[in-house]
Design a protein around this ligand. Structure first.
Ligand code: SF4
Ligand code: SF4
Length: 436
């Protein structure tokens, strides 16, 4: 018998305790300092219990378990719902200080009826037997001109005819103008970005020409919630606005948003994907961002009312009282996510859509798929990425994001490492002290 190669062991942040966690056997324990020392010295007393929990294993039996859980993972994923992003244009009415799409040429073009028909014909055949929903993406999808409204209406009509839900990713500026159209759709969620309270948000997310957008966006969110249309409020966080997280949380609490069952939040990290940010110094690494949030929540737990960060699988464990199933792949691109744009091109996901060189084929004017490339995407998981082979946190990490990995190394089959152990140290530290 030996220690499982999937054990993750470390000290809980700001505590004398340690954690031992195994994502394959789906077990986790808190150890006191004496037990932890015994674990480190390989002198554990209750060997039977450690064996039962999969911390101590017969390597051959563990390999068998690994393979069987992998097959379960693939089976489950094959029946998972797919998210189909549709970009009717890359045009946008905002001039955000950090926009990653600003280096695309963003010509003032728009989708034709023929392309929308081809999109629906493509998803009807390619994903005939799959559960699916459509997310309208951009640029900015909600631009209030007659022809653009007609295009959004046509996408919603197409979704309604097929009993498909829709979602949208919007800057939120013209929600009020689109509420009537949205009321006629089966809306899964509207993702709206708000980067802070009035002054902070308006410095980062302004209209072309510089006018602020905060007041109109918050009015739009109020309207959506009043109509029971689900809102996912996303705050894009970097070093310039992280200090405003508490004030935004307070604002949302005072507005009554956090009490609504139709309201949820996400914190997005601004990151280096396609090109250098105007001011690269303001970007957080993943662990820096979580460390900052940890420090902020420690002194201001009310932030948790607004947003509960995942800290890898920590939040899941505390919310569900158990571990999630092993994560053999954390990238949904070409598996449960695809992206399509108004030019008729097909991409893996929102991280690659519109990016020259990342096309995986076309659905218009004819269906033409780059099968070799698609297979490379489809095959990517912790078994195919060479760096992941000997990694003990792989079943909590899943290999990260293929687009980030590719932009760093030029290869899809390469790692985008997540600081899993460090995230767990913070997350277990936080959620063991604050009820969630
Ligand atoms: S490539 Fe990255 S952004 Fe795209 S689906 Fe994979 S993880 Fe998500
Ligand atoms: S991407 Fe890095 S951290 Fe994640 S499983 Fe692979 S080697 Fe481990």
């Amino acid at each position: 018998m030996e220690y499982s190669k999937h054990n993750i062991f470390s000290k809980v942040k700001d505590s004398d305790e340690y954690f031992l966690l195994n994502p394959l056997s789906m077990q986790a324990d808190i150890l006191n300092s004496v037990e932890a020392q015994r674990y480190k010295d390989k002198r554990i007393e209750n060997q039977q219990e450690y064996f039962k929990k999969g911390y101590l294993v017969d390597p051959k039996a563990e390999e068998k378990l690994f393979k069987s859980k992998y097959l379960d993972f693939i089976d489950e994923r094959d029946s998972d719902e797919i998210q189909l992003f549709f970009t009717p244009w890359y045009t946008c009415n905002f001039d955000c200080s950090y926009c990653f799409q600003d280096e695309y040429t963003n010509p003032d073009e728009k989708v034709s009826d023929a392309v929308m028909d081809a999109f629906f014909a493509y998803i009807d055949t390619q994903f005939a037997d799959r559960k699916k929903y459509i997310t309208i993406f951009g640029g900015e999808p909600f631009l209030n001109t007659p022809d653009r409204r007609a295009s959004i209406q046509k996408i919603i009509d197409g979704a309604n005819q097929r009993n498909l839900d829709i979602a949208a990713v919007t800057n939120g500026y013209q929600l009020e103008e689109f509420i009537d159209i949205l009321k006629g759709a089966r809306v899964r969620e509207i993702q709206v970005t708000l980067d802070g309270t009035h002054e902070v948000h308006d410095k980062r997310r302004m209209l072309k020409g510089g006018k602020g957008s905060f007041d109109k966006i918050t009015k739009g969110i109020d309207l959506l919630l009043k109509e029971k249309i689900p809102v996912n409020l996303r705050m894009v966080v970097d070093k310039d606005n992280i200090d405003n997280l508490l004030n935004l949380a307070r604002f949302a609490i005072e507005k009554g948003w956090t009490k609504s069952p139709f309201f949820k939040t996400a914190l997005g990290r601004n990151y280096e994907l396609h090109h250098c940010q105007t001011n690269n110094k303001r970007l957080f690494s993943r662990i820096e961002m979580y460390q900052e949030i940890y420090d902020l929540v420690k002194t201001n737990p009310e932030i948790l009312e607004f947003h509960k960060p995942a800290f890898s699988i920590s939040k899941f464990i505390f919310e569900n009282g158990e571990l999630p199933s092993p994560l053999f792949d954390s990238c949904s691109g070409t598996k449960t996510e695809w992206a399509f744009d108004y030019t008729g091109k097909i991409y893996s996901c929102t991280a690659t859509v519109g990016n020259v060189g990342d096309e995986l084929g076309t659905f218009y004017p004819k269906v033409d798929l780059k099968q070799d490339l698609i297979e490379e995407w489809e095959e990517r998981d912790v078994l195919s990425i060479p760096e992941c082979a000997s990694c003990n946190v792989k079943l909590a990490c899943g290999g990260g994001c293929a687009a980030v990995a590719k932009s760093r190394t030029g290869k899809i089959q390469s790692a985008d490492c997540r600081p899993i152990k460090e995230l767990l140290e913070l997350g277990i530290g936080l959620y063991s002290k604050h009820e969630i």
